[in-house]
Design a protein around this ligand. Structure first.
Ligand code: AMP
Length: 601
């Protein structure tokens, strides 16, 4: 099993070997694989082999496809500035290449295929599964697109995990009991900060913040500006600009190890520039850029309602965090030593590899990380054939949620609990998982019993459902396996259906709920009339109420939720004084102000 850091600019694959997470290398010794795919007329090249096509055939050389994942064309506002030809026919992103139209999922899957091949050659065997990392802010569509790309590449996805979580896992933070950690990720072009809370083996993302256009490149640019300023350069050719950036990057990286750095730049016009830079000057020059990363940290802390003192560890991720002044200023800000002894380019892939190793069954149950989510919602059947969701899909497991229900009929002594899985509103559109009955409910009037239904999913996805009547503490429970037995395709189908039928489902629920409310008020009013009407109401009032009941009954047959609600309201208003009289007569002060269907006789 391998861990894959599927990055915007570079990707890596790692696996645990002899107990140690290790980055896998290709035949040339490369571990960082550029996330670039070239679609030529006769061939497809990925990674380093695609790099050279960036300058010769940019239209067919796709970079940063991660930014397109799970998006539609209208989401990509900077489309015009890209060198690609997009297909105009749909809002789906499709790039016209020499190999035909390419969807981001396909492009991403070509990168994953490359990583899979690299790993299989390096490990001399087939990969059984992969843990793939995604940014913490990735939404459902972006995560699903990543999963689809992996499937297309023939990879068995053991789990998608958040990049900051993987970084925390790489440092073994998951082995601690509790803690709150900051993951500071400064790459070439982006900055992300995440605050993670570890609780019983689960990392919860409390807050994320960042800067989409702040990274090591900005430090390079600052040096470029200094070179231009000192040498009074105002105009530069495209080629010279590139050369200057390359030299600046080199100077910056050298200053990580050395107190000063020197270079000679040959411009295309023949001019030679000798330039040297010391750490102090570089630190002063780029101090503001470092400070720019502090603001998002403050915002994230604020969002998570945390103070600096409550942070237990800071993990440094991304090549640019090697810069010494970043290290010292972040350390000073948090007043704590940083977790920075792993290679910051590799830490995400290393964490993913550790997670893959655990998930592939190499560790005991206690060590297994519990980071999964439920693929579909789980709930129970309620009146009118509707489903009340108790645990919503994408909830992190293990999880326990409870909800209270009540009886529908006077004297009801049993309640049937029908457990369902799915996103649709109607029982008939969801998957039935189990049925059981809670018996021996003490007889009470309808609506008086309190039945707490608790859903609990353990780390393996095992669901147990318990129903308890709270006055008698009588309890019945059952165990079901919710996520097993459904293939990924079935799950996707159920999700697609739920999106497509959302409007229709809403109408069905509105009608069903209106009907239940209408039927219940008729039942309650009829009951009250039978028992008490003679002494409390005039004949005129009785006739009025009875004709309101008839109008509501007719409305109930109309299948028009608005009409039913209107007549339910009428009957409710008309019986308000009847309810008041009933209260005055015999019921306690506490019930005053309720309409008749809420009063227990
Ligand atoms: P990443 O996107 O995480 O690969 O980070 C790339 C950035 O890290 C680039 O701006 C690199 O110049 C920068 N970087 C890589 N190595 C060093 C180093 N030794 N010192 C400073 N920055 C570095």
């Amino acid at each position: 099993a391998v861990g894959i850091d599927l990055g915007t600019t570079n990707s890596l694959v790692a696996s645990v070997q002899s107990g140690l997470p290790t980055i896998l290398k290709d035949a040339n010794g490369n571990s960082l694989i550029p996330s670039i795919v070239y679609y030529g007329q006769n061939n497809i090249k990925v990674g380093h082999e695609a790099l050279s096509y960036l300058s010769t055939d940019a239209k067919n050389t796709i970079v940063s496809v991660k930014r397109f994942m799970g998006h539609t064309k209208s989401d990509i506002q900077y489309r015009e500035s890209l060198p690609y030809a997009f297909d105009d026919d749909s809002d789906d992103i499709q790039i016209k290449t020499e190999q035909g139209l390419k969807h981001p999922i396909e492009i991403s899957s070509d990168i994953l295929k490359k990583l899979k091949d690299l790993a299989e050659v390096s490990l001399c065997g087939e990969i059984t599964g992969a843990v793939i990392t995604v940014p913490a802010y990735f939404d459902d569509a972006q995560r699903q697109a990543t999963k689809d790309a992996a499937k297309l590449a023939g990879l068995n996805v053991l789990r998608l995990i958040n990049e900051p979580t993987a970084a925390a896992v790489a440092y073994g933070l998951d082995q601690k009991k509790e803690g709150t950690f900051v993951i500071y990720d400064l790459g070439g072009g982006t900055f992300e900060v995440s605050i993670l809370k570890l609780h019983k083996g689960i990392f919860e993302v409390l807050a994320t913040n960042g800067h989409p256009h702040l990274g090591g490149d900005d430090f390079d640019q600052a040096i470029v500006e200094l070179i231009k300023h000192e040498n009074k350069i105002t105009q530069l050719s495209h080629e010279d600009k590139r050369a200057l950036i390359t030299h600046a990057k080199c100077l910056k990286e050298n200053l990580t190890n050395d107190a000063s750095a020197k270079t000679v730049i040959k411009l295309s016009g023949g001019q030679e520039i000798e330039f040297s830079l010391d750490r102090d000057t570089f630190f002063k020059l780029t101090h503001d850029l470092v400070q720019k990363t502090i603001q998002p940290i403050r915002r994230a802390l604020n969002d998570a309602q945390l103070s600096i003192d409550s942070i237990d560890g800071i993990v440094m991720v991304g090549g640019a965090t090697r810069m010494m002044h970043i290290q010292s200023e972040i350390k000073a800000f948090f007043k704590k030593d940083l977790l920075n002894d792993l290679n910051p380019d590799e830490v995400v892939a290393l964490g993913a590899a550790r997670q893959a190793y655990s998930l592939a069954g190499n560790k005991s149950d206690q060590d297994l990380l519990l980071l999964d989510v439920t693929p579909l919602s789980l709930g129970v059947e309620t009146m009118g054939g509707l489903v009340e969701k108790i645990i919503h899909r994408n909830s992190t497991i293990p999880i326990a949620k409870a909800q209270e229900f009540t009886t529908y009929k006077d004297g009801q002594t049993a309640m049937s609990i029908h457990v369902l899985q799915g996103e649709r509103e109607r029982v008939s559109d969801c998957r039935s998982l189990a049925n059981f009955t809670l018996t021996d409910i003490p007889p009470m009037v309808a609506g008086a019993a309190k039945i707490r239904v608790t859903f609990q999913i353990d780390a393996d996805g095992l669901l147990s459902v318990a129903a308890k009547e709270l006055s008698s503490n009588k309890e019945t429970s059952i165990t079901v396996k919710p996520s097993y037995g459904l293939s990924e395709d079935q799950i996707s189908n159920m999700l697609i259906q739920s999106f497509e039928k959302a409007d229709e489902d809403k109408k069905i629920r509105a009608l069903s709920e209106a009907k239940i409310e209408g039927e219940q008020i008729i039942l309650a009013v009829q009951n009250a009339l039978d028992k008490n009407s003679n002494k409390l109401l005039t004949q005129k009032e009785i006739t009025g109420i009875q004709s309101a009941i008839q109008r509501l009954s007719a409305a109930l047959n109309s299948n028009n939720p608005n009409l039913i609600t209107e007549h339910t309201k009428n009957l409710n208003t008309l019986t308000e004084s009847f309810a008041a009289k009933l209260m005055d007569e015999s019921v306690s002060q506490a019930l005053r102000g309720k309409s008749i269907d809420k009063v227990n006789f």
